[in-house]
Design a protein around this ligand. Structure first.
Ligand code: ASP
Length: 411
């Protein structure tokens, strides 16, 4: 990782939270012809310069910044994801700077194109992190970016950055709720997916022997704070480019919040402490899926194939030959032509490359009963790009389609 540690603010206000900004590039760091919204180069400006352009940040938090990389997010790789993850874990556990100051929250500056994938990746790996201090605290991770480059006449990056830092501060002050987890570990359950041990479903997961650090992951954009699991880029041009695409299928909901109704009124559905507050006094309320990729440098390659009318079925074989897994962005409820069905059936039978079926439609979900080809895997409510992230994780522990289906089902 190119982790040039950039200068800390000279003065620290002890009453303020410490927020670490990790910069990866994107349009928020983009530069082009002065005043223009398009025709720029993403990942051109250093993070410290972007932060200096938002003086209000100093009134909101003590800021520490590190430049992880400076790229267009379309060039993000699983190697960068894993480096970013490692750095977040190090900082969360060890603190930052010479005096090892505690990190209250993270803000990640990121390109918008793949932001939901990075957020989802982090949410699947930061769910449970060992905490050396024997305390259970929340260190929120908030991703943000912009739709216009820093050199635009009216860039949206500064407002988004300020909002993300404010959100991280606000979320970190809710960590008090998380401290309830400390004395009630039997109320929390973890599904850990590991290279060495097979994935463990919650029912058989032994109680964690130590306290854990929960790191909820969000995207803050255009004044909206959105969950990493459900957020999607939904507009190619508008400043308000992201939305939480609520998932119809109950399995995802049950992973985050129990299906069981309780005394929380539905108006709390948007309260970001809701997942955590469920932990209080309620058994089986919190399920934190988490993959351990600490021994990995990259994830297996997965290709997403978009089905369109009359699409060439040979592409399926071509993609299978060079991928560890496939995700089909099917039409409607995960459908495709007979020619594709024949080719996919051959892939499943002959190559053992797992094939996950999602949909090119933004809403709804695919369940196993709907699958056209036996042996393929239903993505449930995950859109293709996120299904690919989950399949990449799943492939680090198993190639068995039934086991991979379980991973998709419990998530
Ligand atoms: N291509 C840019 C990126 O994802 C788009 C953006 O940031 O809005 O890095």
């Amino acid at each position: 990782m190119n982790a040039d540690v950039m200068k800390d603010d000279a003065k620290k206000d002890n009453a303020m939270k410490n927020i670490v900004i990790l910069a990866t590039g994107g349009t928020i760091a983009g530069a082009g012809e002065q005043g223009k919204n398009i025709g720029y180069k993403s990942g051109s400006i250093e993070a410290q310069t972007l932060i200096d352009a938002v003086p209000e940040l100093k009134d909101v938090a003590n800021i520490h910044v590190e430049q992880v990389c400076n790229i267009n997010s379309d060039d993000i790789t699983s190697e960068i994801w894993i480096s970013l993850l490692r750095r977040i874990k190090e900082l969360a556990v060890d603190g930052f700077g010479e005096s090892k100051e505690r990190v209250d929250g993270f803000v990640i500056m990121h390109g918008t194109d793949t932001m939901e994938e990075t957020a989802f990746f982090l949410s699947l790996t930061l769910g449970a992190v060992e905490n050396v201090d024997d305390k259970t605290v929340a260190t929120p991770v908030v991703l943000t970016g912009s739709m216009r480059p820093a050199t635009a006449a009216e860039p949206d990056g500064p407002a988004n950055l300020l909002y993300a830092v404010k959100s991280a501060v606000e979320l970190s002050s809710r960590s008090v709720i998380l401290s309830k987890v400390e004395g009630s570990q039997s109320d929390s359950r973890h599904a850990c997916f590991d290279m060495s041990s097979r994935y463990v479903v919650p029912a058989s997961e032994p109680e964690p022997s130590r306290d854990w650090l929960f790191m909820p992951v969000y995207v803050a954009f255009a004044g909206k704070l959105m969950d990493a699991r459900t957020v999607q880029k939904v507009h190619a041009n508008d400043l308000d480019a992201f939305a939480e695409v609520k998932l119809a299928h109950e399995t995802l909901a049950s992973a985050r919040v129990t299906k069981e109704k309780d005394d929380h009124d539905s108006s709390h559905a948007h309260n970001h402490s809701v997942v955590l507050s469920k932990v209080e006094g309620s058994r089986d309320r919190l399920f934190v899926p988490s993959f351990n990729v600490s021994s990995l440098h990259s994830l297996p390659k997965v290709t997403v194939l978009y089905f369109n009318a009359d699409a060439d079925a040979e592409l399926v074989r071509f993609a299978a030959e060079r991928s560890a897994g496939l995700v089909i962005a099917g039409a409607g409820a995960g459908e495709f032509s007979q020619a594709w069905a024949v080719e996919i059936a051959k892939i499943v039978a002959e190559t053992k490359v797992p094939v996950v079926v999602s949909t090119r439609i933004n809403r709804g979900s695919i369940v196993p009963e709907q699958l056209l080809v036996k042996g393929t895997i239903a993505a449930y409510a995950l859109p293709p790009a996120k299904a690919a992230v989950l399949l990449r994780f799943a492939l680090t522990v198993t190639k068995n389609p039934t086991e991979i289906q379980n991973v998709f089902q419990i998530l």
